[in-house]
Design a protein. Structure first.
Length: 320
C-alpha cells in the first residue's frame, strides 16, 4: 500500500486507548532575575495552558491523525478529572470508559517554561495500584468495546491503571477476536503484556526489563530477539532516539529504521506519537516495516515542536 493511501485510511479507524491519564500543564514566562531568598530563578509568568497528557496524549495523537478514539483510564474524584474528561470529549473522544478512583488525585504534571526552555516540573500523582473495584469496572468497559474497535493501544506510565486485572484478560480476548493489541510498556509491568501484538520500549526501558547491557550499544540484535521471546509478543519495538528504532518480529527478522534528521526542541511525548502511528498503520493493513518507517517520520515532526504535541495526517503526508 502506498503511503498516501495508508495515511488516508487512518480516517474512520476506531481505537481503544487504555492507560494512565494525565493533565500536562504549562506555566510560560521569562526568567527575569535570581531570587534574593535563595539561588533560584524568578519566573515572570506570561500565560498558562493545559493539554491532555499520558494516555490522553496518545488519544490526542490518534485523533490528530484522523482516528476515532475510545478512552479507558482513571481520574481522581476532583475538578481536574472533570476538566480532563471535558477536554477529551470536546476533542471528539468517547470518555465513557473513564472510571473515577477516589483513592488517587488526577495526575498532573506542571512544567515551568522560560525563554522556551523547561526549567522545572512539578508532579501531583499517586503511583499505587488501582484498587480492585475500579480495575474490574475498567476491564469490563474495555472488553465490551472490543467488537467495534480496530485496535487496542495501552499507554503505561506506571501510575497503577495497568495491572493484572485490567490487561491480561483483554489481551486474551483481543487474540481471540484478532484485534491488534499494542502497548507502550514500562519495565515493572512488562510481564503483563505477554501475548500482545506489539510492545514498544525505549532503550532505558529495554535495559531495565531485560538486564541486557547490549541495549546500550549498537550490538543489540540478539538482545532484542531474546527480549521479544521473553515477553512472548509478536513484535518488539525499541526506540533509540537519534538512532531511530529497531523491530524484532516472531519470524526472526530485525528491521532497523534510522531516525529522520530533525531540529529537536522537545522530546516529550515522542514515544506517544510513535506508538500511535504504529497502531493506525498496522490497523490499516501496513506491514511492520512500513509502519515503523511512518512512525519514525512522525516522531521527527513532533520533536520539532515545543511541549507535548501531536502530528496531523497532513503533516505526515507533507513529510513523505
Amino acid at each position: 500500500m502506498d503511503e498516501p493511501t495508508l495515511i488516508a485510511s487512518f480516517t474512520g479507524l476506531e481505537v481503544a486507548v487504555v492507560g494512565d491519564l494525565m493533565m500536562d500543564e504549562y506555566v510560560w514566562g521569562q526568567a527575569t532575575r535570581v531570587s534574593p531568598e535563595s539561588p533560584v530563578l524568578v519566573i515572570s509568568v506570561e500565560r498558562e495552558s493545559a493539554v491532555p497528557g499520558g494516555a490522553a496524549n496518545v488519544a490526542a495523537n490518534l485523533m490528530a491523525l484522523g482516528a476515532r478514539v475510545r478512552v479507558f483510564g482513571a481520574v481522581g474524584d476532583d475538578s481536574k478529572g472533570v476538566e480532563l474528561k471535558t477536554v477529551l470529549a470536546s476533542q471528539g473522544a468517547d470518555v465513557a470508559g473513564i472510571v473515577t478512583d477516589s483513592s488517587r488525585p488526577t495526575t498532573r504534571k506542571t512544567r515551568v517554561v522560560a525563554q522556551s526552555q523547561q526549567v522545572l516540573r512539578v508532579d501531583r500523582e499517586s503511583t499505587h495500584a488501582m484498587p480492585d473495584g475500579p480495575s474490574q469496572e475498567l476491564a469490563a468497559r474495555l472488553k465490551s468495546s472490543l467488537g467495534s474497535v480496530s485496535a487496542v493501544l495501552v499507554s503505561d506510565y506506571a501510575k497503577g491503571v495497568v495491572n493484572d486485572l485490567t490487561i491480561p484478560p483483554v489481551i486474551a480476548q483481543c487474540r481471540d477476536r484478532h484485534v491488534p493489541f499494542l502497548a507502550n510498556g514500562k519495565p515493572d509491568n512488562a510481564a503483563l503484556l505477554s501475548g500482545a501484538t506489539v510492545v514498544t520500549l525505549n532503550v532505558s526501558e529495554a535495559l531495565a526489563t531485560s538486564g541486557d547491557k547490549r541495549f546500550k550499544t549498537d550490538d543489540i540484535h540478539e538482545a532484542g530477539e531474546s527480549l521479544r521471546d521473553a515477553l512472548d509478543v509478536e513484535a518488539l519495538v525499541v526506540t533509540r532516539g537519534a538512532k531511530g528504532l529497531c523491530v524484532w518480529n516472531r519470524e526472526g527478522e530485525t528491521v532497523i529504521v534510522p531516525a529522520h534528521p530533525a531540529e529537536v526542541y522537545d522530546v516529550a511525548g515522542a514515544g506517544d506519537t510513535v506508538v500511535s502511528t504504529l497502531t493506525l498503520a498496522l490497523a490499516a493493513g501496513a506491514d511492520m516495516a512500513q509502519a515503523a518507517r511512518l512512525a519514525v517520520r512522525a516522531a521527527a515532526i513532533v520533536v520539532s515542536k515545543v511541549g507535548v504535541a501531536t502530528v496531523s495526517a497532513s503533516e505526515l503526508l507533507s513529510g513523505s
